[in-house]
Design a protein around this ligand. Structure first.
Ligand SMILES: *Cc1c(COP(=O)(O)O)cnc(C)c1O
Length: 479
């Protein structure tokens, strides 16, 4: 079971722990206390602060064990803002998602209970792991304050980070998750990524939002990406580019360049589509980027399907949403099933699981790629992401965590057999949920077949609906 994370007010009984934590060199590199911190002075500090309403000092508990400190300083009601701080104390609880979840609770308190409109913080330029945490929480870097604070090695530069109520609300907008059915003695829940409120939703919308956060932070004028005529990814990217008045170039394989709702939408958004034989795709992309640069343009390339660490990050965030749902509803999903293509979505869920130290099965149903390649690509994505976040990547642990089933591909990408179509028709009729036959239909069918064949009983299972609604309409003729 996941650790239960709570925050509660700092009390006198916590003083000894605080003194121990702050004096621990593993914790205090970026803290600005007069060391060593003394017990008596800390008691005085606590007594001095009693009754103050301009600060909140809390203790983080994991399964009831105090593990760190968190709070808000300089609470300014007139301007509706406060400074955030967090400091993990117990080393055994680091790297397990505790800081992320405790911060989530404190932000919830700041925005919902105190009704603040902005939370800000300062972090030393060299404190990379803190910056990753804050960015993951949705904080944006607002500036560099030079020579700002006295540290052990002299005056250090600090970044100012801010999180506004508006962007916090958008970030905490979770997609719907609810119980769908009982199947062969298992409880099946569904999470509706198809209901992400942008361009018909889907996992590509969640990924593209993060790519465009990077694009918006730079001075790019052109977006280049890769995808077939069926591509949900291309549709979302073309939509986001058009909304910004940016030029969008789509390069795809001639072999799957058929006209679909997605390719028509891409044209509607004014994207330029180029199809070349699949062997030439790589060079065409390189040449396109090179000639754009020569012409003085600033292109940004998004890998096909939103693959890469940024795309993976989007599904680490989704994993956090799933965890929050579990905690609030006191359930635990033994397995999560989803449609897996490039495997980025699956890699994000697996990375989130490993970072949080959870044990459960994340099962990708391949929609095209066979093993071993399909599985290997996901392993690489998980590893790359964990390394980029400063986590250790234990190869064996990653191997065990990546479950990629290639038994439901049928005739290949975009081709589904009649059993899948029948399953999708029933899901629409019984639950009003569209499943396309390229991705989610195959995955839903694959999930049920797996449960049946492996005689799985009494488990709690989550199906991640990854979207693809425009494809659903293309596929309707097969229903
Ligand atoms: C792209 C896509 C997938 C597969 O996602 P990957 O991250 O590439 O594995 C699944 N479902 C739908 C609807 C998609 O568009």
């Amino acid at each position: 079971m996941p650790l239960k994370i709570t925050i509660r007010p700092f009390e006198k009984r916590d003083v000894a722990k605080k003194v121990e934590w702050i004096n621990d060199p593993r914790n205090n590199r970026f803290l600005h206390y007069d060391l060593p911190l003394e017990y008596d002075k800390t008691v005085q500090w606590l007594e001095r602060n009693a009754g103050r309403t301009d600060r909140v000092d809390d203790v983080i508990e994991a399964d009831g064990v105090p593990v760190g400190l968190i709070g808000l300083l300089s609470i300014d009601r007139k301007n509706g803002k406060a400074e955030f701080y967090i400091s993990m104390g117990e080393n055994d609880y680091k790297g397990r998602g505790v800081a992320t979840r405790a911060s989530g609770l404190m932000l919830e308190y700041a925005f919902r209970t105190l009704r603040l409109r902005k939370v800000y913080l300062y972090t030393e330029k060299d404190n990379l792991s803190a910056q990753k945490l804050f960015e993951r929480l949705g904080f944006r870097q607002e500036g560099l304050l030079r020579s700002d604070v006295l540290s052990r090695t002299g005056y250090a530069d600090r970044y100012a980070y801010g999180l506004t109520l508006f962007s916090w609300l958008r970030k905490s907008d979770r997609t719907p998750l609810y119980e769908l059915e009982s199947f062969e003695g298992n409880r099946i829940f569904i999470k509706r990524e198809d209901m992400i409120p942008y361009s018909f939703g889907g996992n590509k919308a969640r990924k593209a939002a993060l790519f465009f956060r990077e694009i918006d932070g730079g001075d790019y004028d052109t977006v280049v990406t890769y995808g077939s005529g069926h591509s949900n990814h291309c549709r979302v990217v073309a939509n986001m580019a058009a909304a910004r008045g940016m030029k969008c170039l789509l390069i795809g394989p001639e072999e799957s360049s058929d006209e679909t709702s997605n390719s028509r939408l891409c044209r509607l958004f004014g994207a330029e589509q180029t199809f070349v034989p699949v062997k030439e795709v790589h060079d065409t992309i390189e040449n396109t980027l090179a000639s754009l640069r020569e012409a003085g343009k600033k292109p940004y390339f998004i890998p096909g399907g939103g693959h890469g660490d940024i795309g993976t990050e989007a599904y680490v965030e989704c994993y956090d949403e799933i965890r929050s749902f579990e905690e609030e509803n006191r359930v635990f999903f033994d397995r999560i099933f989803l449609a897996s293509g490039t495997g980025t979505t699956q890699a994000g869920l697996v990375a989130g699981m490993l970072m949080d130290g959870d044990r459960r099965r994340v099962e990708g149903i391949s929609i095209a790629r066979p093993n071993p390649r399909g599985r290997d690509v996901i392993r690489e994505s998980v590893k790359s992401y964990l390394v980029s976040r400063g986590f250790g990547a234990d190869e064996e642990e990653i191997d065990r965590a990546v479950i990629f089933r290639d038994g439901y591909i049928g005739e290949g990408y975009g081709k589904a057999d009649p059993a899948v179509a029948a399953c999708a028709r029933r899901a629409l009729t019984e639950y009003g949920i569209p499943l396309d036959l390229t991705y989610t239909g195959k995955a839903f069918y694959g999930m049920r077949e797996t449960l049946r064949r492996e005689n799985v009983r009494g488990e709690t299972i989550l199906f991640l609906h990854t979207g693809g609604t425009p494809l659903f309409f293309d596929d309707m003729k097969l229903f």
